[in-house]
Design a protein around this ligand. Sequence first.
Ligand SMILES: Cc1ncc(COP(=O)(O)O)c(C=O)c1O
Length: 429
Amino acid sequence: MSDTDCAPRLASADPSGVPFAALDPELLRTQRTSIKWSRFGEDVLPLFVAEMDFAVAPEIRRAMIERVEASDLGYIDGPGGLAAAFSDFARDRWSWHVPHDRVHLATDVATAVVEALRVGRPNGGRLALSTPTYPGFFEMLEEVPFDVVEIPLALSEAAPEVRLDLAAIQRVFASAEGVDAFVLCNPHNPHGLVHAPEDLSELARLAAAHDVFVVSDEIHAPLTFSGVEFTPFAPIAAEAGALSVSALSASKGWNLAGAKCAVLVAADARADELLRRLPPETVTRVSILGLHANIAAFENARAWLDRAIAQVEANVELLAELVARHLPGVRLQRPQAGYLVWLDFRAAGLGDDPYSRILHDARVALNDGAAFGSGGSGHVRINVACAPQTIREAVARIASILPESLPAPHPIPAPHPTTAPVPDPEASR
Ligand SMILES: Cc1ncc(COP(=O)(O)O)c(C=O)c1O
């Protein structure tokens, strides 16, 4: 069987109907100015930061253009239509019933986490995180007076091979020094782990018993794969009597990080009382364009989201296939949500800093696992929200630097020609 025979069947256009040829990194580099396209030189394939190559959903572009055309670029005075748009989305997708007045604004999810910690635990203290995890948490936590305690994830029998180490969490929560706050990453970046409801219930029980404030970062939740059930933490926390708030946005699911708008949702009346203490400036620091982009995403761009998830799922399958064939020694953890894939390079023969070897010798920019906290070194994170051909190119480049003593890489084939979704004429503008 050839590589082409067993490659997953892929569409030829992105979720907005833009042909994948138009998502060629060389072309995108001439069109986009974000960090993904400006951080490295033009010979480097950028698959690091969590930005999608897919074109923004037409519904969102229209909403933003309408605001610009109306010269409606002032300050905002609260979540407005976003409370209902988010609440409807949470009810329809996750059966989570969010009262509109429990939805508060923040500039982005990073700011939401920091602001929540400031009002929830104004004196700081000790904050626990399950690692390896999103490096941004370590950067955010420099803004608040906490000592960070890393609790490594536990290995699990089932995909994606890791889960919360609840026994270790219990030991840390119950220790003499205790813990004041826990930042939950739900789903967990970088593994794309969707936590099991029973693990979340146990975490909530422990948090209630030891008075630990839980901030649940649920930014990747809209990108939960088909057939996987995402469990929001807030209802579980409320039932257990744990103090908790959740931070969400359309920024990852619909690729709107630069639009700057997120929501903080109080799990119950006690958490809501905390969020009402957020400084009024928290609201004026949110972008009016971001607010309308989020409303359009949650209300009108759900079909786009489903196409994006399907494409990401296909890209993960493609990557898994290519890694198995061309990157001997590399282990891939299959995500259940999000477009970030965690790769273990410890047995691939690239030494203890595979990130630097891949960047300097293969000219592919990934995220360095060492930045994800304990358990991360020897790993890299790759972003697969791109055209399938970009994944093929990345794997071919990485395969070319693997040690010669390992089996020679096979040639990597071109993508399948398959039926394309009907292109949206606006999408390629
Ligand atoms: C888990 C997690 N939280 C927060 C962020 C940052 O989100 P924002 O740009 O809304 O601050 C990211 C970005 O990738 C992330 O993966």
